[in-house]
Write a protein that binds this ligand. Structure first.
Ligand code: NAG
Length: 191
């Protein structure tokens, strides 16, 4: 027995509970802060206009790409993206494709049916397809503002961002780099 006085134990209990509650609150505040600085706080629309909260993808490795239908790079990029999906989707890779018409007007298709018809015609099974957005400039989607924070703006179609399972951008890859070049990095993040 440390003490015969029951008040001693009462005091210890109060102290312990206080420490515990403070700790929990601090933890929650920190979580909130982290939350606001990750892409999981954002909501985007899918190609049919339905809102999708990106927190649905928490824990996945993400490849985020601005796609276009009539770019010189379109077909090789689609092929490469599809190969990545086929190889890694089961292990936790999701590809989030954002059609964008800001580069040479090379994504004229409208959202929904027209975009999906285009992809079907090309046999491109490349992952999740979202609504057309702007990826640079004042009206850029907040997701892209976040992705390009302290970075040069998006330079062309098919710029690729690999995001780790915690929602942090791991690496940005240029338009011309073929998706197969990302294999080592994807393997590393999937581990
Ligand atoms: C989603 O679509 C709605 C309706 O068209 C629009 O008001 C909203 O701004 C869109 N959300 C995003 C994140 O683009």
């Amino acid at each position: 027995m440390l003490s015969e006085d029951p008040r001693f134990y009462g005091l210890i209990t109060v102290a312990l509970v206080t420490v515990l509650l403070t700790h929990q609150r601090l933890g929650r505040d920190l979580d909130d802060m982290r939350w606001q600085h990750t892409i999981y706080s954002r909501t985007v629309n899918d190609t049919y206009g339905r809102p999708v909260a990106l927190k649905l993808y928490q824990g996945k490795v993400l490849l985020i790409v601005n796609i276009a239908s009539r770019c010189g790079l379109t077909l090789t990029q689609y092929t490469g993206l599809q190969e990545l999906i086929e190889r890694y989707e089961d292990r936790g890779l999701s590809i989030l494709n954002f059609p964008c018409n800001q580069f040479g007007g090379q994504m004229p298709e409208s959202d929904g049916q027209e975009t999906m018809d285009h992809l079907r015609k090309e046999g491109a099974n490349i992952g999740h397809i979202f609504a057309k957005i702007q990826v640079k400039g004042r009206k850029a989607d907040p997701l892209y503002k976040m992705l390009t924070l302290n970075q040069p703006e998006i330079e062309w179609n098919f710029v690729k961002f690999l995001v780790d399972r915690q929602g942090k951008v791991f690496q940005r890859y240029g338009a011309h780099l073929e998706p197969s070049a990302l294999v080592d990095d994807i393997e590393r993040l999937l581990k």
